[in-house]
Write a protein that binds this ligand. Structure first.
Ligand code: DI6
Ligand code: FE
Length: 412
């Protein structure tokens, strides 16, 4: 081999390199946040080709575009793995009623709650749904979000659910963001359905097959709760979803213990979410099945819940913990993953590292997207958040200020 060929082989050219940075890689083969005090991230064709210590970088790694991060911290782009971002209407009046003493359940049974959002969502065009969701999405993006899950569940008939899912996916055409769409037809019983059983039948035999056929969602979720659907009805939804190759998520044990966590585990769901009332048996089942616990401190706060999810048991049994906004008009009008992390620490007792992992690596795991996102590792999408902070704890500590310096989605 001649010298030139050797020289050429030694050069590993990529599109862009972020250098002189401190990294929180979140790699699970490293302890804590997988911190690298003097690191670089290199990107080619939307994917990371190297993320790690500058001294360990492959010889000859170079790029035309080399960005000096001046010692700033880089984390994986943030991931909001549980939102109801697409909806129409306004529920601030219900908030006023709640502040005057009405309960969430009372408002719901008086025709408010999910059904009031359903009426507004049915009446809205797909474009209007996209437009009204963009400010909420932009708030998440402004804090470094690069992947956002979006659920349907305010249409509650096939055409309106389709419209909601199309609007969710259209968000990705309007902003540089990865959208993961989830079908939540089993969110509430629409008035025209009569009984819950009849509606669940429609969900299983008409809606799920159509959603799967048209590839409108990658996962199916359900609201398993005393005020919503029973474990038995939820099991029917899960069986239909599995028959159509869709992933499973579950709103479980939020307001009471209906053994939703164990049900999610029995079906091999990716995640069970909320989990305030989950008991030891539920935690053990989740641990055995590898179900991610998605904790939603925004809803816990907004509903003034007092029963905390069993965080110590999750830790002890090594159940992965993710955190998300649950952004929705009724119980968590929250569009900040930074504040979500702060609430995770203060209200739920999570550590700093658990909070940061909860909106990156573990959120990716909850979406079944760990191969593509959630850590700074070669092969994953180059989704980065670059922060003006001294220590990672700054991300969890602050309330209401945003230290994001730059956000990178797929290398751009
Ligand atoms: N759990 C919740 O807290 C929300 N949905 C759900 O499944 C409530 C949604 C709403 O009130 O609009
Ligand atoms: Fe939710």
């Amino acid at each position: 081999m001649d010298a030139m060929a050797i020289g050429r082989e030694a050069v590993m050219l990529c599109d862009r390199i972020w250098r002189n940075a401190r990294l929180a890689t979140l790699r699970s083969d490293r302890s804590g946040l997988g911190e690298v005090p003097d690191g670089i991230v290199a990107c080619r064709d939307t994917r990371i080709v190297y993320a790690g210590a500058t001294v360990d970088a492959p010889a000859g790694l170079d790029a035309a575009d080399r960005i000096d991060c001046a010692g700033r911290w880089i984390t994986p782009g943030l991931i909001d793995c549980h939102t109801h971002l697409i909806y129409a209407g306004d529920r601030s009046h219900e908030f006023e009623l709640r502040m005057q003493g009405a309960s969430y359940a009372e408002i719901a049974s008086a025709g408010g709650g999910i059904l009031s959002t359903m009426r507004a969502t049915r009446a809205a065009s797909e474009e209007a749904l996209v437009e009204s969701a963009l400010p909420r999405l932009d708030a998440l993006i402004a804090e470094g979000a690069t992947t956002v899950e979006v659920k349907s569940g305010y249409g509650l008939d096939l055409d309106s659910e389709r419209k909601q899912l199309r609007a969710a996916r259209a968000l990705a055409l309007r902003r540089p963001i990865t959208i993961a769409a989830t079908f939540l037809g089993a969110h509430a019983v629409p008035p025209e359905a009569g009984t819950a059983d009849y509606y669940i039948e429609r969900v299983c035999t008409e809606m799920i097959p159509a959603v799967a056929d048209e590839q409108l969602a990658e996962a199916v979720d359900a609201f398993c709760e005393g005020i919503a659907f029973s474990p038995e009805q939820t099991a029917r939804v899960f069986a239909a979803a599995q028959a159509h190759g869709l992933k499973l998520r579950l709103h479980a044990d939020q307001l009471s213990n209906t053994h939703g966590a164990a049900l999610a585990a029995r079906f091999g769901a990716l995640s069970a979410d909320h989990l305030e009332y989950t008991d030891l048996a539920g935690v053990l089942a989740m641990a055995a099945a590898g179900v991610v616990a998605v904790l939603l401190p925004g809803a816990f706060y907004f509903l003034r819940e007092t029963q905390r999810p069993p965080v110590e048991l999750f830790r002890l049994r090594r159940v992965p913990i993710a955190l998300a906004t649950d952004c929705n008009p009724g119980t968590s009008p929250l569009t900040s993953l930074l504040l979500t992390m702060n609430m995770g620490a203060i209200l739920l007792g999570l550590t700093i590292d658990e909070c940061i992992a909860g909106v990156t690596r573990e959120a990716a795991r909850a979406l079944g997207r760990l191969a593509d996102a959630g850590t700074l590792e070669a092969g994953k999408f180059c989704d980065l958040a670059i922060w003006d902070i001294e220590r990672p704890a700054d991300l969890v500590y602050r309330m209401g200020s945003n230290p994001l310096y730059a956000r990178v989605w797929r290398g751009q």
